[in-house]
Ligand binder design. Structure first.
Ligand code: AVI
Length: 324
């Protein structure tokens, strides 16, 4: 799997992230080779991802921001004031303020595995909305999370922008949607809502450019995984023997990112030896794209009933509101 998943960091005596080593060794040892996309996001990877969101070809961030910025009236009407907004992943970006401004929430609860991101985004949001109680929770939201007592009695709105759900294979995406229901109290009889961003199927040329921009930022983001492996896992992977590739897999409706060996190579990682033939790839990411029907089906499979759906003016990206 190349899923974006998260787990609390456990290190060995040498400070090596054990899960990273396990995933990389297992992923390089299997055929075809694949490493989970979550390992892109070291400091450099996170910085490169921020740059991706600004390149011309990468439309999702702009399109989703357009939707959130232009549908405030609808959000106010359908969601209403007084909810605790629980954001899955830290929202220091421009997107979260757009939602908070529109619906006048009673509290904001950012959930993130990374305490650093969490504190930064909580502080930024707190400064922007001085009267709003902010309760950051450091947690792995792939599992059910206990929310702070302070928001126990409030109705909840889950917020999961960015089409991050698309980085998961359907089975994992459904598990996450079900965990979100549990985190938001649906199993205790509450009626939470979920506002979620889901990218749309479109012309494969547009999609492939979005994941292979002319400036090479996405290529650098993909290649940075090799740099990270070499640095953190005593790797000897020759970066000059690999090239970035973004391919549209039409059967599975997803963009796949691969690192393609441009010649036969042999290298070591954590003392283990691997060989690759020219043309063989390491599959590093899936980014699933949806149609209105597949988006609805996925939500339904995860225990959520779609209520409303919005797209940007160019019909590139969708934001859906669902109830548990
Ligand atoms: C984080 N995620 C939604 C991005 C996406 O579009 O799948 C990650 C990304 N990978 C390459 N470009 C952006």
């Amino acid at each position: 799997t190349t899923d974006t998943g998260i787990a609390l960091v456990e290190r060995d005596e040498e400070g090596v992230d054990k899960a990273f080593r396990k995933d990389v060794l297992a992923g390089l040892g299997q055929a075809p080779k694949a490493i989970p996309a979550r390992w892109f996001y070291d400091e450099e990877g996170s910085r490169l991802f921020e740059r991706i969101t600004q390149v011309g070809e990468y439309y999702p961030t702009r399109a989703e921001t357009e939707i959130l910025g232009s549908r405030g009236g609808d959000f106010a009407e359908l969601i209403g004031p007084g909810r605790a907004v629980v954001e899955f992943g830290s929202g220091s970006s421009v997107k979260t303020p757009l939602l908070l401004e529109a619906i006048d929430p009673a509290a904001y609860v950012p959930l993130d595995i990374s305490g650093d991101f969490l504190r930064e985004s909580a502080a930024a949001l707190g400064a922007k909305f001085p009267g709003l109680p902010v309760h950051p929770v450091e947690a792995d939201f792939m599992r059910r999370v206990s929310l702070p007592d302070a928001v126990a009695a409030l109705p909840k709105l889950g917020f999961f922008p960015g089409s991050t759900i698309g980085n998961m294979v359907p089975r994992t995406a459904v598990d996450l949607l079900r965990s979100m229901r549990a985190t938001l109290g649906a199993d205790e009889g509450a009626s939470p809502l979920l506002l979620i961003g889901m990218d749309l199927v479109k012309d494969s040329g547009v999609l492939e450019s979005a994941y292979d921009d002319a400036e090479g930022v996405t290529a650098a983001f993909n290649m940075n995984l090799l740099t990270r492996i070499n640095r953190e896992l005593a790797g000897t992977i020759p970066a000059d023997a690999f090239a970035h590739e973004a391919r549209w897999n039409d059967d599975l409706a997803r963009i796949e990112m691969h690192l393609v060996a441009t010649r036969d190579v042999a290298f070591e990682v954590s003392g283990e030896r691997f060989t690759m033939q020219r043309g063989e790839t390491i599959h590093t990411e899936n980014s699933h794209k949806f149609t209105p029907r597949t988006a609805s089906l996925l939500l339904l499979a995860g225990g959520w009933t779609p209520l409303e759906r919005w797209t940007d003016a160019k019909d590139q990206f969708s934001v859906l509101l669902a109830r548990a």
